[in-house]
Design a protein around this ligand. Structure first.
Ligand code: GDP
Length: 314
């Protein structure tokens, strides 16, 4: 059942994104040829263009890490973009993979596919058992469609397409733009700026929601592991298996940044789902677990932030 990446042509779709670029870094340790397509050369929402590119470049394996992504506010502001662009990217790449005989495809989703009030920690079987969190249901619906596409192609055509659902990721390549970012890069930036200005740290919402975080290079390692070892219908949660409250996270970031100021809450901003912790038993059964501690990961992220190695999306 193992899939050998040696000498394979491996396309990382979304190689400029945080996960995609981590997968490219990780694939340097495999003796495969990594294929990438720049945004100017290929529009991933263009089905005909994607097919032509795949026919010309002939990938054997595909990591589908391309997506329009954003935090709680961006999802709320651009629902049509989040739903349509992600559906178009998925349909273009799945159709192209089918047409060009791709041997193995790993689709990357997100933990937001699960119902808002799913029992914690969230098992893979919780999918489609209840209503989604309204603040990101546009993105979630598109990602659920991706899981179903992988399963449908397995069932109808016997293709070895699999899906991995990472928890909240952070690390090199993160988006530190406060209007569109997720909470981890936002807090790293906010705490740094509060320290510089000797001002309070403003945390959105009540600080009580709980989230799980995974360092993006750990996620990439898990994806390569699954690509090589996993072949089944069911999607696989990719997480650290541990969560903490947003307030606890704020304190941890403050400790790492070295700032002892006040914390204030902006409760005009939404809390989102109360808790999001994945059950990572299935991944553990595949012989993988996260290796970067939250403290080490945040410290590494903060170093990247200070070196300016971050993209601020306008
Ligand atoms: P979610 O995991 O899909 O809800 O997305 P986020 O990472 O954007 O937000 C997670 C939690 O962190 C929510 O409860 C936010 O209200 C909270 N939060 C606190 N401060 C911030 C911030 O500055 N930016 C963001 N994006 N979230 C924040």
């Amino acid at each position: 059942m193992a899939y050998d990446l040696a000498d394979k042509r491996v396309w990382v779709a979304g190689h400029r994104g945080m996960v995609g670029s981590a997968i490219v870094r990780r694939l340097a340790d495999e003796s495969c040829e990594v294929l990438t397509a720049s945004r100017t050369d290929l529009d991933l929402t263009d089905k005909a263009g994607v097919l032509a590119w795949m026919q010309a470049n002939r990938p054997d394996a595909v990591f589908l890490a391309a997506a329009k992504v954003g935090g709680i506010l961006a999802n709320d502001r651009y629902p049509a973009d989040f739903l349509l662009d992600n559906l178009l990217i998925e349909t273009s790449i799945f159709a192209g993979a089918h047409a060009t005989g791709v041997e193995k495809l790993l689709f990357l989703g997100s933990s937001c596919i699960y119902p808002k009030l799913a029992a914690q920690p969230i098992v893979e079987e919780a999918l489609l058992t209840g209503p989604l969190e309204p603040t990101n249901e546009w993105y979630a619906i598109a990602k659920i469609a991706g899981i179903k596409l992988a399963q449908a192609f397995r069932r109808q055509h016997g293709h070895d397409y699999i899906s991995a659902m990472p928890t909240n990721l952070y690390g090199p390549g993160d988006n530190f733009d406060l209007a569109s970012s997720h909470v981890m890069p936002a807090l790293i930036r906010k705490v740094h700026e509060a320290k510089t200005a000797r001002a309070p740290v403003v945390v959105w919402g009540t600080g009580t929601p709980r989230r799980e975080f995974l360092y993006v290079d750990d996620c990439a390692d898990a994806c390569v592991h699954l690509m090589k070892t996993y072949s089944d219908d069911a999607h696989v949660n990719v997480g650290s298996g541990e969560d903490l409250s947003i307030l606890e996270l704020t304190r941890l970031v403050m400790e790492i940044v070295g700032y002892n100021g006040d914390i204030i809450h902006d409760t005009s901003k939404p809390d989102g789902t109360p808790r999001k912790l994945m059950d990572v038993t299935r991944l553990a059964e595949q012989g993988w677990r996260a290796s970067t501690s939250l403290k080490d990961g945040i410290a590494a992220s903060y170093r990247h932030f200070l070196e300016g190695k971050y993209r601020a999306v306008a």
